[in-house]
Design a protein around this ligand. Structure first.
Ligand SMILES: NC(=O)c1ccc[n+]([C@@H]2O[C@H](COP(=O)([O-])OP(=O)(O)OC[C@H]3O[C@@H](n4cnc5c(N)ncnc54)[C@H](OP(=O)(O)O)[C@@H]3O)[C@@H](O)[C@H]2O)c1
Length: 327
């Protein structure tokens, strides 16, 4: 069973490693709902109690799937969802360009937040959401206004804790003044290390946990991604372009050698490295396969020596990966 630790200064204890459910929507290869439910339940049994979804994943389908999976074991799960990405064609938002070549439609208005909350509660089939994130800040709505609306959901008993995602340190400060923020989600892994300097110092000052998204570099760091299948969402990610994938593979080749010396898989080493960056870091790897839940969970037991951490730092410094990032 994965050890638990308090999520930020004001949060409850959750598993040191959580579970990211986005992968169950076919972003990185086909996923069947039956197996997805088995995988989700296995994740929770293993102690990956923090389950991460968003209303936008599968246009609401991921929340419904999760609602079905956790129904018999609701009290064991810490359910996290997000709102802010507009996926309903009848809704409007602001155009936010990303580094992956497409724009997102973002709405952080209080009216939209209130609507999304009711829909998420219904799809998740719960009375209360444990952690509710703003998925992306809306450039046209001050973050104080968005978080003010999210705080009303807490006061109304429909949400327990608040989170932010893909925000700057300054936005975290502005939001935290309106209502305590428990966790911030940002891409953070061995191939995307900037959050350690741009975000983490502020989160530590305010007692907020960091939840790294794509802790395995969307699979790259496991060393198991060969050719992308037709329709794989990672084709949008410049780090997975044919040229960059080859470059990145060469640069990260020593990761396999280190993991083999330690009798770990590459995925375990990448997760263990993240956990060694601080007790306030809660990675949420996603997998469709129950056996990989066990493999990833074992990373929580791994002790890396100072020498190994130094070696990893030297071999994979910030900026080593080729290709633009989402934010
Ligand atoms: N806030 C945001 O903007 C944002 C953005 C992206 C993601 N997220 C969240 O972060 C979560 C995780 O991110 P992610 O799914 O993009 O990336 P990830 O967790 O870094 O990687 C997932 C990929 O790694 C593979 N994988 C997992 N464990 C493995 C292992 N032990 N060995 C080999 N391959 C393994 C999975 O393949 P298999 O299924 O084949 O095992 C899947 O393709 C998401 O589910 C989502 O909840 C948030």
């Amino acid at each position: 069973m994965i050890a638990q630790r308090k999520l930020g200064k004001n949060g409850p204890p959750v598993g040191r490693i959580g579970y990211g459910a986005m992968v169950l929507e076919g972003f990185y290869g086909a996923s069947l709902d039956d197996q997805a439910i088995r995988t989700l339940r296995h994740a929770i049994e293993t102690g990956m109690t923090m389950i991460d979804t968003a209303d936008a994943y599968g246009n609401g389908h991921n929340e419904t799937l999760l609602g079905n999976a956790v129904k018999p074991i609701r009290d064991q799960a810490f359910l996290c969802t997000k709102f802010g990405i507009v996926f309903d064609e009848e809704e409007t938002g602001s155009d936010v360009p990303t580094g992956w070549g497409f724009s997102l439609n973002i709405n952080g208005t209080p009216e939209y937040a209130a609507k999304c909350l009711e829909k998420s509660l219904r799809r998740l089939n719960v009375d209360v959401i444990d952690l509710w994130y703003l998925h992306f800040p809306d450039p046209k709505t001050p973050i104080e206004e968005t978080v003010g609306a999210m705080a009303e959901a807490v006061h109304g008993g429909k949400v327990r804790y608040l989170g932010l995602s893909n925000v700057t340190a300054e936005q975290v400060r502005q939001a935290h003044k309106i209502h305590p923020i428990t966790a911030v989600q940002y891409e953070y892994s061995l191939w995307r290390r900037e959050a350690a300097t741009t975000l983490l110092p502020t989160l530590r000052e305010l007692g907020i946990a960091l939840v790294p998204w794509a802790p395995l570099g969307s699979g790259f760091l496991s060393g198991k991604v060969n050719k992308l299948e037709e329709g794989d969402f990672r084709a949008n990610n410049p780090r997975y372009s044919e040229v960059n994938l080859d470059l990145n593979r060469d640069r990260f080749a020593p990761l396999l050698d280190i993991s083999e010396e330690l009798y770990l898989t590459q995925a375990q080493l990448a997760l263990a490295w993240l956990l060694h960056q601080g007790d306030d870091i809660f990675p949420i790897p996603g997998t469709r396969k129950p056996q990989r839940i066990d493999e990833n969970a074992q990373a929580a037991e791994v002790q890396l020596s100072k020498d190994v951490l130094r070696q990893i730092n030297e071999l994979f410094p910030p900026g080593i990966a080729e290709g633009a990032t989402l934010v």
